[in-house]
Design a protein around this ligand. Structure first.
Ligand code: ADP
Ligand SMILES: O=P(O)(O)O[C@H]1O[C@H](CO)[C@@H](O[C@H]2O[C@H](CO)[C@@H](O)[C@H](O)[C@H]2O)[C@H](O)[C@H]1O
Length: 449
């Protein structure tokens, strides 16, 4: 049985596909109307009922998205929510949600190596026959768990080398990463595109955000106790996390090279901070009162005289990018700064940028339960406790980091500028994605500026 017209599946689905796409978390151009989808490349990976079509689809001429379409005569109830549209009486749906098709896909790739231009290079330990399940957490790409392995399908993969894969390989052997197991590549374009990355799945892993926010909830529930008195105190974990991040930085510096920052690097960094602020100010007027203080915090970096090393870093570090396992902290997702071009992501940066990202995350964890509280008395008490939690864990993280690397607090001017720059980024992110949370980074800027 052949599948509809795979080379024009996106065009044939038309408005139905665009409506579905704009509602997906991986759709990057939020706030814009999508008007036309074009199939750049497609392959039929499974033919029959169900069928599986892999397609690279560009929306309004932008960088293509990796889409996997399932096609069935009758969609079972369990997949009804994944349906995108209907063509010639057959339902077309988001195939990563179909464990039957995703299981067949892995088996085919493992058996043949390359199928319709898609090549899977996998470690011998990846066994066929596993049926996947979804990760079940919010994410920017789409990951599937196949027994002891997890496969991340990049939804908007870039041509050329893939930073996530490269840095995991550079860190091979580190106890703070999940071991790389395989790479799925689209070999058809002149410059191959990494479509997927398989890693060891850590079944005992809990996201840092979940463990940190559980601790905050404990504290806020016990209004009369201090952060160091409640059972769920997080400071020990924050310290160990700081040490793990410093160890990853040390390994990255050794594996990818390190040099001292120059005046030109600093000037470029500061110019980028101002440019980001310009954009956010034009979109979020509530930030305007903080403009002068922010700009002077950024400019202070130009006068730095203490030497600062720069090298490849994680680039997007926050509590959602670290997993606590029974053997310690693991860092995941080395794709780098969100929204940046591959060239910008490849630029060596100060490891303090990652530290700043994590400090911002402690602040988020501490304050995310506060907005919307209507009792002003209660508000003051909870605000005090949240501030205490944030200060305690930020300090513990830096102390843990200083056991291996330089003490981040010895670089107060740069750290402050990087943290404020991250908060400015977050104001925009929240404004577009979670307006109820925009108050969290805004309040942080007001407190720290
Ligand atoms: N090796 C792993 N073991 C266990 N869970 C993992 C692993 N890698 C990722 N996860 C889970 O999948 C989620 C998404 O992974 P991530 O690489 O951050 O994807 P994305 O780039 O789509 O955000 C993580 O937050 C975590 O819950
Ligand atoms: O999912 P990504 O890694 O691409 O990151 C984006 O989404 C994050 C939210 O999931 C967002 O992070 C912000 O909120 C977190 C709490 O949900 C907090 O821990 C982070 O510190 C804060 O920056 C991130 O900014 C955005 O790029």
């Amino acid at each position: 049985m052949t599948v509809l017209r795979p080379t024009e599946l996106a065009e044939d689905l038309g408005g139905e596909l665009l409506r579905w796409l704009v509602g997906q978390r991986f759709f990057r151009t939020k706030g814009h109307t999508a008007t036309a989808a074009r199939t750049l490349r497609s392959s039929v990976l499974v033919d029959g009922d169900p069928a599986l079509v892999h397609a690279m689809v560009s929306v309004d001429g932008g960088a293509p998205y990796q889409l996997l379409f399932g096609v069935r005569d009758h969609v079972p109830d369990a997949l009804a929510h994944a349906v995108i549209g209907e063509l010639d009486g057959r339902a077309v749906y988001d195939a990563p949600q179909d464990h039957e098709l995703m299981g067949i896909l892995l088996d085919r790739l493992l058996a043949q190596g390359t199928i319709e231009g898609l090549r899977f290079d996998a470690d011998a330990s990846v066994a066929p026959g596993a049926r996947p399940r979804p990760v079940g957490v919010e994410q920017s790409n789409t990951s599937l768990i196949y027994g002891s392995a997890i496969l991340k399908l990049y939804r908007q993969p870039e041509p050329g080398t893939n930073r996530d894969v490269d840095l995991h390989r550079a860190l091979a052997g580190s106890p703070h990463i999940a071991a790389p197991l395989g790479v799925l590549t689209d070999t058809r374009p002149r410059e191959p595109v990494v479509l997927g990355f398989m890693q060891r799945f850590l079944p005992d892993a809990v996201e840092g955000w979940a463990t940190a926010t559980a601790s905050v909830r404990d504290l806020l529930a016990e209004g009369d106790l201090h952060a160091d008195e409640v059972g769920g105190d997080f400071a020990g974990e924050a310290g160990r996390l700081g040490t793990a991040v410093a160890e990853v930085h040390k390994a990255l510096a050794e594996a990818t090279g390190v040099r001292m920052v120059t005046e030109a690097d600093l000037a470029e960094e500061v110019a980028a901070m101002h440019a980001r602020l310009d954009v956010v100010l034009s979109e979020v007027p509530a930030l305007a009162p903080e403009e002068a203080v922010l700009r002077s915090a950024f400019d202070a970096v130009l006068d730095l005289t203490t030497p600062v090393p720069i090298h490849q870093i994680h680039g997007d570090l926050h509590l959602g990018q670290v997993l606590r396992t029974t053997t310690g902290w693991i860092l995941i997702d080395f794709e780098g700064e969100p929204g940046a071009t591959p060239e910008q992501r490849a630029v060596p940066r100060s490891p303090l940028r990652d530290v700043a990202g994590m400090l911002r995350s402690f602040d988020y964890a501490a304050f995310h339960l506060l907005p919307g509280n209507e009792d002003p008395q209660d508000d003051r008490q909870r605000l005090t406790r949240a501030t205490e939690w944030s200060d305690r864990n930020r300090a513990a993280f830096c102390a843990g980091y200083a056991e291996v690397g330089e003490n981040p607090q010895d670089h107060a001017v740069l750290l402050r500028a990087l943290e404020l720059d991250k908060a400015v980024y977050e104001v925009r992110y929240e404004h577009h994605n979670r307006p109820d949370w925009a108050a969290i980074p805004l309040a942080a800027i007001q407190r720290r500026s």
